[in-house]
Write a protein that binds this ligand. Sequence first.
Ligand code: CNA
Length: 242
Amino acid sequence: MDRILEAVKILKESKKVMALTGAGISTESGIPDFRSDTGYYTKMDPMRALSRDVLIYDPARFYTEGYKVLEDLQGKKPNAGHIALKDLEDLGILKGIITQNIDNLHYLAGSKNIYEVHGESRSVSCMSCGKQYPFRIMEEKVKAHEVPPKCNECGGVLRPNVVMFGDQMPDTFYDAMREIEDTDTLLVVGSSLQVAPVNMIPRYVKNLIIINKETTPEDSRAAVVFHENSGETLGKIVEALR
Ligand code: CNA
């Protein structure tokens, strides 16, 4: 059977479908991923540059290196893949999205039930008093060479609300794990499934549909695998469902 029709059959017959997305769904919006041959790893080591240790002990380095990744996300627009997942939710097929992405694009596409398990880049917070600010405030401060940027209320250091290497997972991750308990089909889109603990999630779900340009460690147990572009493939799935 055609793989699109196979995927559609599984989606239609499932009791509960969730999506798990990674950086690959957003490359078509002009945001590099980490591990492709055009990804950030070819230019820098995100594990170091975007780490809690560097933020705390070498903020000047954080705000010149790791911070650039966050700046690159600003102003980007959802692509066909994000829109197709929003359509799947509207069609009543998809219950929600667990995303490793910090680029806000599912949010901007209008998806409703989103678990941003690695945080987001719409807001920042003070590490001392917890006051929240829009991301724009941090941008203005860094542009004005205020490094590290400081809280207007208490003078504490501001940090982006993204989960960095060395940070604990947020409550949202545990909420997402609860969603997975009764999920029978997971649509994995644009993730190399290399980053723990999120890469464990597919192991808890019976049916996997994987859309990722390169192979992933879960391909061998997936019901359907597409080593193709996410925007085009998801678009075809939505079309076939309609
Ligand atoms: P990754 O390890 O970089 O893997 C991305 C995968 O997507 C690769 O296996 C690619 O082959 C695949 N891919 C790339 N383009 C496409 C496409 N158009 N269609 C289908 N597949 C494609 O990224 P993961 O998300 O697995 O790793 C998790 C990290 C990356 C998380 O901590 C993220 O926060 C982090 N990240 C996020 C963004 C973002 O928010 N857009 C960007 C870069 C990195």
